[in-house]
Design a binder for this molecule. Sequence first.
Ligand SMILES: NC(=O)c1ccc[n+]([C@@H]2O[C@H](COP(=O)([O-])OP(=O)(O)OC[C@H]3O[C@@H](n4cnc5c(N)ncnc54)[C@H](OP(=O)(O)O)[C@@H]3O)[C@@H](O)[C@H]2O)c1
Length: 277
Amino acid sequence: MAEPRGLMVIGGGKMGEALVAGLIRTGWASPGAIVVVEHDQARRDELSGRHDALVVVGTIPAATQSIPLDGAVIAVKPADVEAVCRELARAGVRRVLSIAAGVTIASIESWLDPAAAVAVVRAMPNTPALVGAGAAAISPGSKAAPDDVSWARSVLEAVGSVVELPESALDAVTGLSGSGPAYVFLMAEALIDAGVLVGLARPVARELALGTLLGSARLLAETGEEPSALRAAVTSPGGTTAAGLRALEAAGVRNAMLEAVAAATERSRQLGRAGAG
Ligand SMILES: NC(=O)c1ccc[n+]([C@@H]2O[C@H](COP(=O)([O-])OP(=O)(O)OC[C@H]3O[C@@H](n4cnc5c(N)ncnc54)[C@H](OP(=O)(O)O)[C@@H]3O)[C@@H](O)[C@H]2O)c1
C-alpha cells in the first residue's frame, strides 16, 4: 500500500464523493488525510455520516493547515471553477486536478496564481466512476511535471481506468466515454423492452439484459479478444445470432454508434468554443 497522502477535494457532490470513496477503499489515503470542501451544510452532514473520520469543511483551508496536502481536486460544476481556482490560489495550493467538463487548462491556469507555477492536470471522467468502474482521460497543463501527471493518474485510478492524452483529444473522449454510458443505458432500455416484446416478464428481461451487458463487457476486458472475434465465436452458420445481427445491421446500429460519438464530440467542441462548459 502506498504511503498515506493528503488531498483536498473541492465539491462533495456525486463525483467528489465517488472519488473520495474510491481513494479510501483502495488505501490511497486514510479518511483523515482527505479534506472535502463542500458549500452545502446538508451535504456536509451526509458526507460525514457516510465516511468516518473524513474531514469535511465549508471553505478552502490554507494548504498547510493540519494536514500536509499533496494537491487539490476540483469537482464542482464548471460555472463554479473560476471562483474555486481563485480561492485555491489564495490558499497556496501547488497542484490541481480538475474534473470539470469543458473548462480548459488555459482558463484554469489563468485563474490560479500564474506567478506561483501551479501544476494543472485536466481530466474527463465518466459516471461509472460512481461504482469504481470509470474510464477517464487526463491531460497535463503547461506546468505539470511527470510526477504531477502520475499523481493525477493515481487519484483517478482509484475509481477506474485512466489514459493520458493531449487536451485537444478531450472532445473526442467526451463523445466516446464521457457520453458513452448514456448510449449503453439506451441499449439496456431497448434490450429490456425487447425481452418484454418476446414474452418475458419485465423483471426477468431486466436481469437477463443487465447480466448480458455486464458479462459481455467483462468477457471483452478479461480475454483481451477483439469484439469482432468474440462476436464471430457466438455466431453459428444459419443460426439465431446471425439472424439477430442481420436485423441490427439492417437497422444501421453500427452507423448510429459512429454518428452518436461524432455528434457528441462536435457538441463538446461547440460548447468549448462558446465557453459554456
Ligand atoms: N457527473 C458526471 O457524470 C461527470 C462526468 C464528467 C465530469 N463531471 C464533472 O464533475 C464535476 C462535478 O460534477 P457532479 O455531478 O459531482 O456535481 P455536483 O453533484 O453538483 O457536485 C458539486 C458540488 O460542489 C459544491 N460546490 C460548488 N461550489 C463550491 C465551492 N466554491 N466550494 C465548495 N463546494 C462547492 C456544490 O454545492 P452547491 O450545489 O451548493 O453549489 C455541489 O455540492 C462537474 O464539473 C462535472 O462537469 C461530472
